[in-house]
Design a protein around this ligand. Structure first.
Ligand SMILES: CC(C)(COP(=O)(O)OP(=O)(O)OC[C@H]1O[C@@H](n2cnc3c(N)ncnc32)[C@H](O)[C@@H]1OP(=O)(O)O)[C@@H](O)C(=O)NCCC(=O)NCCS
Length: 182
């Protein structure tokens, strides 16, 4: 069956990566999942970890679609849960690539629920994640740039660049603090 591929075949698929810059609309990803008993915690609400997993899944799909190569999650910025999610809710996760630098991409994710059957819609969480493209040996590898087409996309790209600077500053400060503590 040719739809089952070996690891080597899959690596070959990702070895000639097209680095042509592309718009974020090409990789936008929407996941809709009905919340069921299997998603619940002991209090009967949907487990926060279930939502975080779906966030990582949607963002990972958007990152792979944009980069057209293997990717890993490098970091996830803080994520607040704004409202509880109940069994029976329809959860929708929307992931968009905001910007790509050399080997990394920032993806923003927004989680909404629709309370079924009332139809009430609520924003329940948002997060920013960074993914890194990898070559076949698992080393960071170049990814395509993002073309911001609309005014909103240009805003998102500019904000992503500010967050990237903040992450790099924090990473450097933590590394220095660790060196100082030795
Ligand atoms: C993410 C990872 C590949 C980065 O490797 P590294 O050796 O630190 O690579 P580099 O320092 O060359 O950085 C590569 C890119 O990642 C970015 N990066 C690395 N760590 C980061 C972090 N904590 N936050 C944000 N970006 C980060 C760098 O800014 C760089 O981006 P750029 O090329 O666009 O400028 C590596 O740390 C890793 O494999 N981590 C484990 C990932 C994982 O297992 N995830 C969960 C399962 S998918």
């Amino acid at each position: 069956m040719d739809f089952i591929r070996s690891r080597e075949d899959r690596d070959d698929l990702y070895s000639n990566v097209d680095l042509t810059p592309r718009p974020t609309s090409e990789s936008e990803t929407l996941l809709s999942v009905a919340m069921e008993i299997e998603h619940a915690n002991n209090s009967g609400y949907v487990h926060g970890g279930t939502i975080m997993r779906l966030v990582d899944t949607a963002a990972g799909i958007a990152a792979i679609k944009h980069a057209r190569r293997r990717v890993v999650t490098a970091t996830m910025d803080e994520m607040s849960f704004l409202a509880p999610v109940y069994i029976g809710d329809l959860l929708t996760v929307r992931a968009r690539v905001n910007d790509a630098h050399h080997t990394s991409m920032e993806i923003s994710v927004r989680v909404d629920v629709e309370r079924i059957p009332s139809g009430e819609k609520l924003h329940v969480a948002s997060a920013h994640l960074v993914y890194v493209g990898l070559d076949r040996d698992g080393r960071p590898a170049e990814v395509a740039k993002v073309i911001a087409v609309t005014e909103e996309e240009r805003h998102r790209q500019a904000e992503a660049r500010v967050r990237r600077e903040q992450r790099l500053l924090r990473k450097r400060a933590l590394a220095e603090a660790l060196r100082g503590g030795q």
